[in-house]
Design a protein around this ligand. Sequence first.
Ligand code: HEM
Length: 311
Amino acid sequence: MEAVKMARQQSGLCAEGNLHSVYLMFHAQEGVEQELRPCLASVARFIEELTDQYTEPAFNGFLAVGANYWDTLYPGARPLGLKPFPSMSKEHREAPAFEYDLFVHLRCDRYDINHLVANQVVNMLSGLMTLVDEERGFRFLENRDLTGFVDGTENPQGSHRAEVAIVDKEDRQFAGGSYIHTQKFVHDLSRWNRLPVKQQEDIIGRTKEDNIEYASADKPLTSHVKRVNLKDSDGNSMEILRQSMPFGGVATQGLFFISLCRNSDNFEAMLKSMVHGDGEGHYDHLMDFTQAVTGSAFFAPSLDFLDSFAD
Ligand code: HEM
């Protein structure tokens, strides 16, 4: 039997959490595709080399191409599920789309290495892409969101991370890749912090200090975990891998939310459940205290796909 070679995924996709992150968002200049394709292969290879070099501070990263730019850059083929960001809104709950052509995600336990690499990546892309937005994420306390709640507890663990996040046989040409959705959420912390802790806990569906999950019957239909814990029509759990981190300064701060998945449907279904609710008025009450100001869809191709365009 012919052995099937596994596509190599970018190693930052399923990496464990770090202390610091840099998010770089770019727009492409016109007509640069021919030069850009080998350049992205070099950037991805550079990130992998640094991953091997900086093992101690656990450097890692990945790059992902915007849904709206994909066909311009790679007109030959498109990942089956790649769609623009599913913007939606209901009453005061907004999830706007704000698309970029390229997302570069860098993480490390050393802030200086991220900074160094970010500068080098921008240099490598100069003349081809323009940096249009940048954020720096940081670990807050024990992996807490700035609301004070531990974030990431129910994330897939170990090899299950790749099962959830990485495309496999269902789309052979894009195996080893991942659908990425990002949203910058700005929190209204002064209003949130005025809420009694019990009300905050009812909104999340877990306790604050000890991070204990509510019993199923006690989870309000308007709690965040109730709204995002979904099953598909066959009764299977719909999962995503979250790589979010807190970002910002005193004036503007919140969560840089990042979802990775082997399809683009799970994220969309969860967001819809948060914004539109269950059809009976139960939307996610977390949305009363935070506002999504961006929303972008990308695909992070495998290293083999990127390398097939190398010089
Ligand atoms: C769980 C915070 C946005 C999907 C959680 C938890 C917290 C949290 C504290 C519980 C602990 C955990 O399991 O990680 C936030 C904040 C958000 C946000 C502060 C934005 C302001 C989103 C969005 C989605 C999402 C936009 C997807 C569209 C999930 C999922 C879980 C979760 C799938 C695990 C639920 C479970 O299985 O119990 N989030 N989240 N979150 N969140 Fe979010």
